[in-house]
Design a protein around this ligand. Sequence first.
Ligand code: SF4
Length: 284
Amino acid sequence: MEIVVAENAGFCFGVKRALELVVKAAEDKARPVHTLGPLIHNPQEIARLERLGIRPAESLDDIADGAVVLSAHGVDPALQSEARARGLEVIDATCPFVSRAHQHIKTLCDEGYAVVILGDPGHREVEGLAASSDRQAYIVTSGEDARAVPRQRRCGLVVQTTQRPEALREVAGELALRCDELRVFNTICEATVSRQESARKLAESVPVMIVVGGRNSANTTRLAEICERAGAQAHHIETAEEVQPQWLAGAARVGVTAGASTPEWMIERVVERLREIAGESGGS
Ligand code: SF4
């Protein structure tokens, strides 16, 4: 069985940057370092950070002193001010691409545009973006949702960084018919586009795709959807141990891709596990 790893898979620039910031902060043992919510959406990597002494906190109320690191997904801007007001050191690990989306929303609000966010409701990045619009934004996930947005004179569209370009096309097309003036900020990040393209290409040439990443990771879930649409049977897993030999029965090739918050060592473990299964079943 041939095992092919997608050309672009795993850690992106924003996640690497966030991890570097938090690990560097933890080197200074003079004060405790906390992350507000999971720094990235990968439970195994979060567990590694905990072993380095980095403490996850659910809210500011759980942090008495020290430093608080804001996740790569960004947060409600009011939370940053509150953390500083409480005397905490704030380390902002928000990905610059997410910060750019916040900036676009503020500009739209200042200029009197109704704001529409294409994104997954409840996702931390989308919650943070909505907060930048004073929670006035309409959150949509599809063209169908966009059809329910009331008619607007001026409307601006901003996109969760990990959405599919096809969803942007669909939503922008619908909104254009429902307002006099539409401004579209394509805030899907390059890392997302390249990972999705590589996954799609690979999924078109293999019967089975293994998609590695946190179950709470929006971009990993999206990769699995893309692989299914491309015709492969996609299995979204968090750890190598989850791979089931029966998924690979009869497959001459299997593809592997991984979300932007999946470390290289997890991809390698999955490849090793696939090799073991191929060996056990007499494949090459
Ligand atoms: S997926 Fe893109 S926006 Fe999100 S952290 Fe990575 S580089 Fe930044």
